[in-house]
Design a protein around this ligand. Structure first.
Ligand code: SAH
Length: 394
């Protein structure tokens, strides 16, 4: 073992034996003083049995295991893991003439904890969530442009806000390879300006692709309110599905500018669409009852950490209660939570409480989750973060 060695306390290897990829600080008996954040480390049991190799960082999760073997973590390692990730996306048929936006790497779900890679045509956008992945960024970028079966020319690194700020890595958002080309991505035949330079996350929410498709089938003849629209994703599926009118709302003026630009890309001059730069709660409070018979609620994560859970659940209840109060009879509500800290049952309970508060008859039509390019490592259930319900409101 040539890496610094982290020794676990007796009995603290159980979850690792079940391939859960995190080592918590409380599990560690000893480690070398010279160890630095982002180092590649070997993890061993109290009696010296090798468990795996991973990235070290300071925090409650101290090691993220990259491999449960004695593998060398280098450019070849990343090339192999990225190749496996691409194989899965090929099996999902996500790179087609009419679809070139998808997630290539979903952290633990692709056995690369701390790393996100989204693809928009010829551009890959990387987000590092750990110092180890930050230090590996050039190896990752080289491996991306060398992948067989996909033609990546530009690699944009966007980790200014995702790395732990205490690590003082001063990451700059910039191209590692190539530069700006076109930023129009295609999802199921619809076009989107993706702002990976300044936009939220990697520039687009690829995780709602399947749920947007479902909405298309429900939209015919309906009056649609797309709340928390960001770049307008759900709105264009609704328009293609034959909605009578589509209103997109987001509190960010920049998001509304993007939505308007995307209307022009897909449905130029279509008078069915209107957008509003307004706060969701205010909009729902002041709008008339029965204005809409299809409402989408896709808010940002209300709980970023477990400590915020209670307030988050109250927030989901309050938001959904407003929608139940105002939606037309026979209305359909698409409601989501992308907070990792909120589990499926907690989210459902918040929506249940909101429904009961409105005293309306409500039925669950579909239970939604994240798409297959955001896979969940079966040994890491925390990877399931997106939850949604399609509800029928009498
Ligand atoms: N549904 C979108 C993604 C939503 S992301 C899609 O399919 O791409 C969450 C969005 O909520 C962001 O664009 C953010 O600007 C917006 N937002 C956050 N707080 C808000 C509020 N109080 N009212 C309205 N929009 C809000």
């Amino acid at each position: 073992m040539s890496n610094p060695v982290i020794t676990l306390k007796r009995g603290k290897e159980d979850s690792l034996n079940r391939f859960h990829p995190w080592v918590f600080s409380g599990a560690i008996a000893k480690m070398p003083e010279s160890i630095e954040e982002g180092d590649i480390v070997d993890v061993v049991t109290h009696d010296g049995r090798h468990i795996g190799v991973g990235h070290y960082q300071i925090g409650s999760i101290m090691v993220r295991i990259l491999d449960f073997g004695a593998t060398t973590i280098d450019g070849n390692f990343f090339a192999t893991r990225l190749d496996e990730a691409l194989k899965l996306r090929k099996a999902l048929r996500l790179d087609r003439d009419d679809n070139n936006a998808y997630r290539l790497v979903h952290g633990e779900g692709d056995f690369l904890p701390g790393l996100i890679v989204d693809i928009y045509g010829n551009t890959a956008v990387i987000q590092a969530h750990s110092p180890g992945m930050h230090f590996a960024r050039n190896d990752i970028a080289d491996a991306l442009v060398s992948l067989d079966g996909i033609n990546i020319k530009n690699v944009y690194y966007k980790s200014e806000t995702t790395l732990p700020y205490k690590a003082h890595l001063d990451a700059q958002n910039d191209y590692i390879i190539g530069g700006f080309e076109t930023n129009v991505a295609i999802e199921n035949g619809l076009k989107f300006h993706v702002d990976w330079l300044k936009g939220q996350k990697t520039g687009f929410f690829v995780d709602q692709r399947d749920n947007r498709s479902l909405l298309e089938h429900f939209a015919y003849g309906r009056k649609v309110l797309n709340m928390f629209c960001y770049t307008g994703g759900f709105s264009f599926y609704a328009m293609r599905g034959g909605a009578e009118l589509v209103h997109s709302v987001d509190s960010s003026a920049k998001a509304i500018t993007l939505t308007d630009a995307n209307v022009e890309l897909n449905f130029p001059g279509d008078a069915r669409h209107k957008s509003f730069a307004e706060d969701a709660f205010k909009f729902l409070d002041t709008m008339e009852k029965d204005n809409y018979d299809l409402i989408v609620l896709d808010p940002p994560a209300f709980a970023k950490h477990r400590s915020a859970l209670k307030n988050a659940l109250r927030g989901y209840q309050r938001l959904n209660a407003k929608a139940f109060e105002k939606i037309s009879s026979g209305g359909i509500l698409f409601t989501f939570s992308c907070s990792q800290a909120v589990n499926k049952d907690q989210f459902r309970l918040a929506v249940f409480s909101a429904a009961a508060q409105s005293r309306r008859k409500v039925r669950i039509l579909h239970q939604l989750t994240q798409p297959a390019d955001h896979p969940i490592n079966i040994y890491h259930p925390e990877g399931e973060y997106l939850k949604g319900l399609i509800l029928y409101v009498e």
